[in-house]
Design a protein around this ligand. Structure first.
Ligand SMILES: [Zn+2]
Length: 495
């Protein structure tokens, strides 16, 4: 007897889970998920939860992760310049690592990867796609992937989006992300195409142009009338909200149903204020970065960030000792992407420099089968240490973006002063009442604020937080006399 499409998906998922999705099984799985969607119009409501598999008890999960870590470490020691010399120096046999040995492995730092990207690429690897981080500060980091890895990432994304009901063939999808975010864009656009949705890459253009794309009427058979899914950064979404409200747009002007958002901190205030422009939309928040692709954290309704244990080992460690912090304590997220998903550029215990707090189980949320941390708190280098502990970017951002007087995205900075921190804010308001409200709300979030500077322009910030919306892409412009002309005399003199 033929299996129904739902049964096929269940079967495929159970096979996939046994293998934790070996790449060869993904196309089969994707076909089954698509067939289910065609048959029933929407995927089984439990699709996403099924994808995350049965609850693994602590010991089984540890065993699975140790096995994958050992395999990745053995390949790293054998095939990469960086880890070959590291394991020689440590005199550790990577194939015989036990759990406690993991904690002795030094973290792989961003600057080591940035300075020698080729030292992490396997000698027998087959790199075909080199991508760089969009790095908001400093020199960019580059990572190489094989064609097979890219195919796997796209299939994995397509399965997740379709099974979760995030994107279906009737959707029109707009990517308002940096055009240089090649890895994320390729995987996301590729996944949309595999699903059968219509996708376009808008880039980080003038917000007014993006608003025009979002309100444009489409007349394509089988597709929705307007852009239904937007993928973007929170800071750029903030600019869209400000510009849209200023221009008098209302929710009825849009057909947006879902915003896939990430790449920097997403505040509750931003999500609430976005509804004024776009009406009721779903927000899908995920945490991912180029270096540790495809390991990603997904947020559940209770606000945890969950990580699939088969994709990689995710630790939260004390930035100074590199040992795990206790649940509830803040530390930096350290990631080891596992085989079979990652086999070209290998990273073991990569220090993401993003901060979070691990959460102790047992959990009762929909993603409880996967280990979790709190939402990220911001980059460690953008956080400040003071006499009373640490203040993280999220502590300040959540307060500021909840205030209507602070234009979106919040432009601010903070630094340490005796006994606490000073905070500078770009705001539409001034006066003692507003200042007092900011002070009180920051203190309620545990920020020991000692000074507040209210500013009218971002250009006056002393320590501005870097924002991705400032990776702005200009449109075509004719050269004008306003552009300094190249003086041929100077050119000759300098050459
Ligand atoms: Zn949860």
């Amino acid at each position: 007897m033929l299996m129904s499409a739902v049964a096929q998906v269940r079967f495929a998922l159970s096979v996939g889970l046994g293998l934790r999705f070996a790449p060869w099984s993904l196309d089969f799985l994707l076909d089954a998920v698509r067939a289910t969607h065609r048959e029933f119009g929407e995927t089984d409501a439990d699709g996403l939860e099924l994808l995350h598999g049965p609850e693994l008890d602590e010991e089984t999960r540890r065993e699975l992760q140790l096995r994958r870590f050992r395999k990745q470490a053995a390949r790293a020691a054998r095939d990469t310049v960086y880890y070959e010399s590291l394991f020689e120096r440590l005199e550790i046999d990577p194939g015989r690592l036990v759990h406690d040995d993991l904690l002795r492995l030094p973290l792989t730092r961003k600057d080591a990867l940035r300075d020698a990207p080729h030292a992490f690429v396997r000698r027998n690897g087959n790199p075909t796609f080199r991508t760089t981080t969009t790095g908001t500060t400093g020199k960019q980091t580059s990572i190489s992937f094989s064609a097979a890895e890219m195919r796997t990432f796209i299939a994995l994304s397509a399965i997740s989006f379709l099974a979760a009901g995030y994107i279906d063939p009737s959707d029109i999808v707009l990517l308002s992300t940096s055009s240089r975010a090649a890895l994320g864009n390729s995987c996301f656009a590729g996944a949309c195409a595999r699903i059968g949705a219509l996708v376009s890459i808008g880039g980080l253009i003038e917000p007014a142009h993006t608003l025009a794309l979002l309100t444009e009427q489409h007349h394509i058979s089988g597709k929705k009338a307007r852009v239904s899914v937007l993928s973007t950064y929170p800071s750029y979404l903030g600019q869209l909200v400000e510009e849209g409200l200023r221009r008098g747009y209302r929710p009825a002007d849009f057909g947006l149903e879902r915003i896939i958002i990430g790449g920097e901190l997403v505040s509750e205030g931003l999500k609430v204020r976005s509804q004024r422009l776009f009406g009721s939309v779903h927000f899908d928040e995920a945490y991912a970065m180029t270096e540790t692709w495809p390991v990603s954290g997904q947020r559940c309704a209770e606000g945890h960030l969950h990580f699939e244990p088969g994709q990689g080992l995710v630790e939260v460690v004390d930035p100074e000792t590199a040992t795990p912090v206790l649940p509830g304590e803040a530390g930096t997220i350290v990631v080891t992407p596992f085989p079979p998903y990652r086999d070209t550029t290998i990273l073991l215990r990569y220090d993401t420099e993003d901060t979070a707090r691990p959460i102790a189980g047992p959990l009762s949320c929909s993603l409880r089968t996967m280990p979790a941390t709190t939402n990220t708190l911001g980059k460690l280098r953008l956080s400040v240490r003071h006499d009373r502990g640490w203040t993280y970017p999220r502590d300040v951002l959540e307060v500021l973006e909840s205030l209507e007087e602070v234009p979106l995205p919040a432009r601010f900075g903070f630094w340490t002063v005796p006994d606490g921190v000073a905070v500078e804010i770009v705001t539409r308001a001034n006066g003692m009442a507003f200042r007092g409200r900011v002070q009180r709300q920051l203190e309620e979030r545990g920020v020991p604020v000692r000074e507040i500077r209210l500013l009218e322009h971002a250009g006056r910030l002393l320590h501005p937080m870097p924002l991705r919306c400032d990776l702005r892409e200009s449109s075509f412009a004719l050269p004008t006399t306003a552009v300094p002309a190249v003086d041929s005399g100077l050119l000759r003199a300098g050459s």
